[in-house]
Design a protein around this ligand. Structure first.
Ligand code: NMX
Ligand code: MLT
Length: 434
């Protein structure tokens, strides 16, 4: 059966032709009107990127190459006795648009394993990093330091034809994904445990191996990781981590530097760090309402969060207008594996109450929960209680979504990203506004 690189290369001429024909037919047609509010308002609703892996529907949520989360759970290959899809298969799907066979995913897992060794200087940098430096800052440091391994950067320095860029970006992307679990596990074990990381195990799938390196050996935790790493991969192109990776990549910075830039964006509390924020917010809620807290206490806590000018973490979204299906997938997992866990019950209670309270504030466009409202509680149940680490897990998954697009960007020959900006004076002048 063809490998991932062969499958992608075979699909490329047709895709490039399709893009060419579409642009020839409609290249000068208007896509939409843009307004000044869009420019001042964080570009909400402005279509300004090509992103092949996924498209986000405000009502239905994310579709990966056209497949919903329940559909990918059904169609993507699974580990033996597992009911969760393998994220390796998701990488294949996001890059090629095709569902791989079980044998193809197995071969990809093996290839990732073979590429997983870290250069010594990266482990050394992490060993000398202060333990109180946030795990996301450590991750960004390590991914930047991995740049030494970039075959794209080396080939570019030697002199590389534009038509060959993607091949090297592909190699770097696979290497990066292969090395991330060890990097992430070193950070976890250094900061919170004994600094000892288990050797990679070639007999395990990516998620089971990562779980083991983190120090969690149960099959149920590996199941959680398979789901977690699959659903956090991709959320179309406009989110900050995806957009940033793509933007920096357009300068022909290597995949290492581009991904690190994306991770820096993921580290913000309005983006990936919301999963850490949610846990802190929930634990405080638990403390405030005590053992017998009911609806009224939860409502009061929500109102107090809002009236103090803070956001309710894990709720709201720039595009979504309904419950995030990634939240629903995690809720299903919790209902199956930890239905009586008190913190899950609290998450469910907040779900019953928060949308109504948030909807009272007219300015909040989406009162429903997003992916981050649920992920922490699952990790808490299995003993991974260190909240400041949670965004690192999100990051490992996000690499599976943003790197396929980086390969596609270079395969399509997309140019340097460089939109036009205006000053307020210039805008006022345009509208003859005094
Ligand atoms: N709690 C309180 N206020 C909110 C919330 C919330 N959960 N969501 C939106 N708002 C406010 C928002 O701060 C803004 O206020 P202001 O005009 O005073 O600046 C107003 O409502 C309008 O915002 P929206 O247009 O509804 O949302 P926007 O697209 O600007 O922002 C988020 C989207 C996700 C940044 C926002 O909903 C939020 O801050 N949520 C909490 C943080 C969070 O869960 N982030 C994770 C998102 C998912 N991810 O992984 O990245
Ligand atoms: C994401 O997964 O990137 C978040 O839901 C944020 C977004 O899509 O804007």
């Amino acid at each position: 059966e063809p490998t991932l690189k062969e499958t992608f290369a075979a699909s490329l001429p047709h895709k490039i032709e399709q893009v060419k024909a579409l642009r020839a037919a409609h290249g000068e047609d208007k896509l939409q009107e843009t307004t000044m509010n869009m420019v001042y308002g964080g570009q909400r609703g402005m279509i300004n990127l090509i992103w092949e892996g996924s498209v986000l529907d405000p009502e239905e949520g994310i579709k990966f190459r056209g497949y919903s989360i329940p559909e990918i759970s059904e169609k993507l290959p699974k580990a033996p006795n597992s009911s969760q899809p393998l994220p390796e298969g998701m990488f294949w799907l996001l890059l090629t648009g095709e569902i791989p066979t079980a044998a193809q995913v197995k071969a990809l897992s093996a290839e990732l394993h073979a590429r997983s060794t870290l250069p010594e200087h990266v482990s050394e940098i992490l060993a000398h990093t202060p333990k109180d430096l946030h795990p996301m800052a450590q991750l960004c440091l390590a991914v930047n330091a991995l740049e030494s391994e970039s075959s794209f950067a080396k080939a570019y320095d030697r002199g590389l034809a534009k038509s060959d860029y993607w091949q090297y970006v592909f190699e770097d992307s696979l290497d990066l994904i292969a090395k991330l679990p060890t990097v992430a596990a070193i950070i976890y074990r250094n900061v919170f445990h004994d600094g000892v990381v288990a050797a990679t195990d070639a007999n395990l799938d990516y998620s089971a191996n990562f779980s083991k390196q983190l120090g969690y050996n149960s099959e149920e935790f590996a199941e959680l990781m398979r789901m977690y790493l699959t659903i956090h991969t991709d959320h179309e192109g406009g989110n900050v981590s995806a957009h940033t990776t793509h933007l920096v990549g357009s300068t022909l910075s290597s995949p290492y530097l581009s991904l690190a830039a994306g991770f820096n964006g993921l580290a913000g509390p309005l983006h990936g760090k919301a999963n850490q924020e949610v846990l802190g917010w929930l634990l405080k809620l638990k403390e405030v309402i005590g053992a017998n807290g009911g609806k009224a206490e939860v409502e009061a806590y929500l109102r107090e969060t809002l009236s103090s000018g803070r956001v309710v973490p894990g709720y709201g979204h720039a595009v979504l207008r309904k419950t995030d299906p990634r939240y629903s997938a995690q809720r299903l997992f919790a209902q199956k594996h930890l239905p009586d866990f008190p913190l899950f019950k609290l998450v469910s209670q907040v779900y019953e109450i928060a949308p109504k309270i948030l909807a009272e504030k007219q300015k909040i466009k989406n009162p429903w929960p997003n992916v981050d409202a649920h992920s922490g509680v699952l990790l808490q149940y299995y003993g991974l209680t260190e909240q400041s680490y949670y965004t690192v897990l999100f990051a490992v998954s996000r690499a599976f979504g943003v790197l396929p697009q980086l390969i596609i960007d270079r395969a399509y020959g997309l140019p340097l990203e460089r939109p036009k900006s205006f000053s307020t004076e210039k805008l006022a002048e345009k509208f003859k506004f005094k």
